[in-house]
Design a protein. Sequence first.
Length: 241
Amino acid sequence: MQIKFGNITYRNDNGEVISKNEHDILRNKFQEDVDNAYNEKANQIISRIKGVATSDIEKLWMLFDYLTSDNMSYNLQGTTLDGRLALDYGYSFAPYKSWKIQQGTKYPALLNNAGVCITYSLAFEDLANKLGIPCRVINGYTGMEHAWNVVLINNQVKQIDVAYAIMNRRINNKKDFFLKDTLPSRTISSDLADLERNMKEQYAKEHPHIKIISRTDKPTIKIISRTDDNDEEPKITIHKK
């Protein structure tokens, strides 16, 4: 006998019919497990970066280098030609069998080393802010709907595109998509002025003892390289001149 609520049949991860209340409890537990796994991985990355980087630019580069490493993939499955996400596509999450992590979230970037532009943008935003660097997701159009990031660094707004660095790794240097005033071949739909104001408010709140001074000089990037012990867990080191 099936248990239905309206036109909805609720099932657990094994496909067995259950009540709505049971389903809600189990789905909350699933999301809690996903959050815990993501936060554990995120904390490892943050700890590693903070233990090595000596400036905010180095922190951003190490994060960018991690998310654009060779074992990260850009997965267009589940999207239409205009870049819109298909809501039914998801990524596996052990030990669950049928319940999936949704593509348009931050989680697959760290838990599955895969995703689309919004996946990587949300993950980069989350981790950069955890590093104490104001960061937001920016939306626009590049021939398809696209998302990337803006950061506030040295009181300047710079753009970073993790997804394009991954997609173009065979033809472009990833630095072409890191800390740029503008990025080519795109229109921006987000309100940049509002994002800048929001990030400056965040920085002032988190650093009340620091007075923001306008700067015109461009930040420089130290020589940074990554060494991989294995394909699953990239290790990042910074070599100073």
